[in-house]
Design a protein around this ligand. Structure first.
Ligand code: ZN
Length: 337
């Protein structure tokens, strides 16, 4: 894969006791150093106007001034320093690079994956939250739509948390499909099956809030039976994966049980769907707080694009999750299984 990476993202210093640190990117780089076929690409920071296409101007200015004044706690979880402004613009710029590269034809072993931080999927139009300031995936999707490079974009969020920000930004839009598999009841508490979009966006938000303890089989089943048919119907030009790795069984902040191999399975699911819909693929880093599981997860996605074949889930999906997927199918007019 091609990895979008910039040293500027290391300067977003969240302090010694925060889970979202620059060590995450260092761990990913160490993990990739042992792999074949890894390429790094630096990208310019996003323009302020590109970020403001999905965020309110007044919020963007407020965050700029907050950083200029030295930063601090935006909220109890979400902290910034002076350098966070440049880091946030750079993370958004890397995501934008990934989307443009994918639409430019970079696929297979050249598939782009942006390794930016701060992460983005909790950032809403007018506020930072959950370690996120600019919604990197949303900025990328909007940028390629505004430039006429894509008419329809799907964003699949496999981070263990619901990407409330991405959902909100595109909730009434028919040209961006947002879909998430996340742990029910975890921060930020959104992402119910009934949240399906509104207005022109009715039907273009699809949530699968799995029960705590869900593993590889539940994730693959949710993707194959709910997400894939809905995305196929939507028929995107570009498919962005909001790739967090905090659903891993050894991640310190969730109770899900996805294995490292599970990320290979999900990557294959994405590849198969995008082959069927002829959609370009771009990855954008979100969360993931176990340094080893995060770096192994990213490396496993890379290896899957480098030709490694994923194993099959070694168990059946949980009955309750199968029922949940039935509910999701019903909410989206996909018919009974
Ligand atoms: Zn997360």
């Amino acid at each position: 894969m091609q990895f979008g990476y910039s040293e500027t993202c290391l300067d977003h210093d969240t302090g010694p006791r925060h889970p979202e640190t620059a060590d995450r990117l260092r761990a990913i780089r160490r993990g990739l150093a042992k792999r074949h076929g890894v390429e790094y690409v630096d990208a310019p920071p996003a323009e302020k106007s590109t970020v403001a296409a999905v965020h309110d101007d007044s919020y963007v200015d407020e965050f700029h001034d907050f950083c200029s004044d030295g930063g601090g706690n935006w909220d109890p979880d979400t902290v910034a320093v002076e350098a966070s402004w440049d880091a946030a613009l750079t993370a958004a710029g890397l995501a934008e690079w990934a989307a443009r590269a994918a639409l430019d034809g970079d696929d297979g072993r050249d598939t782009p994956f942006s390794l930016g931080r701060p992460p983005g999927h909790h950032a809403v139009e007018d506020d930072a939250m959950g370690f996120c300031f600019f919604n990197n995936a949303a900025v990328a999707a909007q940028a390629v739509i505004d430039d006429g490079l894509a008419e329809r974009v799907a964003i699949f969020d496999w981070d263990v948390h619901h990407g409330n920000g991405t959902q909100d930004i595109f909730y009434d839009r028919g040209d961006v499909f947002y879909t998430s598999i996340h742990e029910d009841g975890l921060y930020p508490g959104t992402g119910e099956v009934e949240e399906t979009g509104e207005g022109d966006g009715e039907g273009s938000t699809l949530n699968v809030p799995l029960r705590a303890g869900a593993g590889d089989a539940d994730y693959v089943y949710s993707f194959d039976e709910a997400i894939a048919p809905a995305v196929e119907r939507f028929d995107p030009d570009l498919f962005i994966v909001s790739a967090g790795f905090d659903a891993h069984r050894h991640d310190p902040i969730s109770r899900m049980r996805v294995s490292t191999e599970g990320y290979a399975m999900l990557t294959e699911c994405v590849q198969d769907l995008c082959a069927a819909t002829d959609a370009a693929i771009a990855f954008v880093l979100e969360g993931g707080y176990g340094l080893d599981t995060l770096s192994e997860g990213v490396a496993t996605v890379h290896e899957t694009f480098d030709g490694r074949i994923a194993m099959e889930p070694d168990e059946d999906p949980d009955e309750k999750n199968v029922e949940l997927v039935d509910d999701v199918r019903a909410a989206h007019g996909l018919g009974a299984k």
